[in-house]
Design a protein around this ligand. Structure first.
Ligand code: NAD
Length: 275
């Protein structure tokens, strides 16, 4: 296995679970962890995307398992945690990438909040809140038993100030922020300082779940994209590989005194007032 980092950042031989690994950011993070010598359990609800992803990851090294599943099925996640324990003996890293916006829960330009269907609100808040909480319970319990592990949740720019059209997404990602802080506190107090919980707050990256609101069918930027870029001092979208370094850092011993942090990776979006 190839090891990309120096010893403080070394993750080789560790075991990671990546949810949403069939997606854009989860796929990039899974590949990067594997290049750092990590054994990876890739999981996603979309079997076909997962199969394609696992086939790609196998080119990096052989220690990858793909298991299709729903992050909203706690029993299934607990079974998967036991399977991983049997196979590789431990779980060191959990990256919760499954989530995103749900069609219908993103209001159209011509809709307002009172047009939102409550089923769509419930779908998006359930996916992003419980879809992070349940894996933290299933895999975090293994880490608590071991007395070590690192969880990375995925927050959003929508938790710092209001972003139009995505009320359910914003509320549920804000829930992830406080749950990250809460669980970080709980783990350190009850299971020791080596179980750490942090989150990344990505700026704007083009993923499957947000492509339609950022890119027009002809490939040009939507009006929304133009507004995003005007508020991003680096004046570009993030490259999908640009979360990987932050994940490696937060999971490694280089971050041994860091827990409960929500780290923006955003080209300066949160720093800038727009003026
Ligand atoms: P993506 O749509 O490419 O990936 C999300 C993956 O989650 C998909 O493969 C999907 O099949 C999977 N998924 C959805 N529901 C699931 C379920 N119930 N069980 C298991 N898997 C499920 O999106 P992405 O852009 O890679 O986003 C990944 C995460 O990053 C999401 O939480 C998203 O909200 C967050 N995020 C993305 C951006 C961005 O700009 N792309 C910004 C901030 C936060």
């Amino acid at each position: 296995m190839i090891n990309e980092g120096n010893s403080l950042f070394d993750l080789s031989g560790r075991v990671a679970v990546v949810t949403g690994a069939g997606g854009v950011l989860g796929g990039s993070i899974a590949a990067s962890l594997m290049r750092a010598g990590v054994k990876v359990v890739a999981t996603d609800i979309r079997q076909e995307n997962l199969d394609t992803r696992v086939a790609e990851l196998k080119h990096i090294h052989e220690d990858v398992i793909g298991v299709a599943g729903n992050v909203l099925d706690l029993e299934n996640l607990k079974e998967l945690a036991q399977t991983v324990k049997k196979q590789w003996g431990r779980i060191d890293i959990l990256v919760n990438c499954a989530g995103g916006n749900v069609p219908g829960a993103t209001l159209r330009e011509d809709q307002n909040v009172f047009d939102m269907k409550i089923e769509d609100w419930e779908k998006v808040t359930n996916l992003n809140t419980n879809g992070t909480v349940y894996p933290c319970l299933a895999f975090g319990e293994v880490m608590a038993e071991q007395g070590s592990g690192s969880i990375i949740n995925i927050s959003s720019m929508a938790t710092y100030s209001a972003i139009t059209r995505v009320p359910g997404y914003s509320v549920s990602k804000s829930g992830i922020n406080i749950f990250t802080q809460w669980l970080a506190t709980e783990m350190a107090l009850k299971f020791g300082e080596k179980v750490r919980v942090n989150a990344l707050a990505p700026g704007f990256f083009i993923g499957d779940q947000n492509r339609a609101v950022l890119i027009n069918p002809d490939g040009s930027y939507t009006e929304r994209s133009v507004k995003v870029l005007a508020r991003t001092p680096m004046n570009r979208f993030g490259d999908i590989s640009e979360l990987n370094g932050a994940v490696q850092f937060l999971c490694s011993d280089a971050a041994s005194f860091i827990t409960g942090v929500i780290l923006p990776v955003d080209g300066g979006f949160t720093a800038f007032s727009g003026v």
